[in-house]
Ligand binder design. Structure first.
Ligand code: COA
Length: 195
């Protein structure tokens, strides 16, 4: 879509708190996103870990990297509801991700649209148990109400877990650079599954 301006702290250093409040409020209302405070979003922006998109003076897109242990989680990805399906997310990732290729990045999602976007960037779907245990523990912070279990290890939403089912299945993906550093090959998932 024409006319969207994408910014990071390097290109727009002074973004007011009201922008992050707007994003925090919008993401709070989304079933596939975890709630995040405006203060946390501002911190990530100032640390060079997020990108904003503006259109006609309004913030219409956000994505950010959250530090885990040594890895990062790509999330908080949001496009204003009336502008979805216009490839804004894809345009943003094209600008944002190359600057972070040196980082190990995982991306969890229960959203079909987000899963689809990931295919354009060769994100690799992996069973979550392939993650380093400390990074897995840091990313699995959903409420017991959502996961159906008090124990993250028996989350009922995780892809490839015995309990997996339905429209809220949680897929873990890693960026292609991360997959390569983990020893990726084209038939990775099938080979590991067969073993
Ligand atoms: C996920 C989200 C950020 C995508 O933003 P967007 O700007 O609309 O994304 P894009 O237009 O770049 O791409 C969307 C893709 O999903 C596809 N899509 C849309 N609806 C779909 C559906 N019901 N089933 C499958 N694919 C679908 C689109 O066709 C497009 O893929 P394509 O380019 O291969 O055709 C947006 O839907 C959103 O803000 N959702 C609410 C918050 C959320 O769930 N975030 C992700 C949490 S991990």
């Amino acid at each position: 879509m024409d006319g969207i301006q994408f910014y990071t702290v390097a290109t727009k250093p002074n973004v007011g708190m009201e922008v992050f409040k707007r994003v925090a409020q919008a993401t709070c209302d989304e079933p596939h996103l975890l709630a995040t405070s405006a203060e946390d979003l501002l911190t990530r922006y100032n640390n060079g870990l997020s990108m904003l998109g503006f259109w006609e003076g309004d913030v219409v897109f956000h994505t950010c990297l959250t530090p885990l242990l040594t890895w990062f989680e790509l999330g908080g990805t949001w496009t204003r509801a009336d502008l979805r399906g216009k490839k804004i997310n894809q345009a943003a990732y094209k600008r944002f991700l190359p600057g972070h290729a040196h980082r190990n990045i995982l991306v969890t999602t229960t959203s079909i649209q987000a899963l689809r976007v990931g295919t354009h960037f060769s994100f690799v779907v992996i069973p979550r148990t392939w993650l380093p245990p400390a990074e897995l523990a840091a990313t699995c912070i959903c409420s017991a109400q959502k996961t159906g279990s008090m124990e993250p290890s028996s989350c009922t939403l995780a892809w490839r877990e015995p309990q997996q089912r339905g429209p809220m299945t949680c897929y873990v993906r890693v960026t292609p650079e991360t997959a390569q550093r983990m020893g990726w090959e084209a038939n990775w998932v099938d080979r590991h599954t067969a073993a």
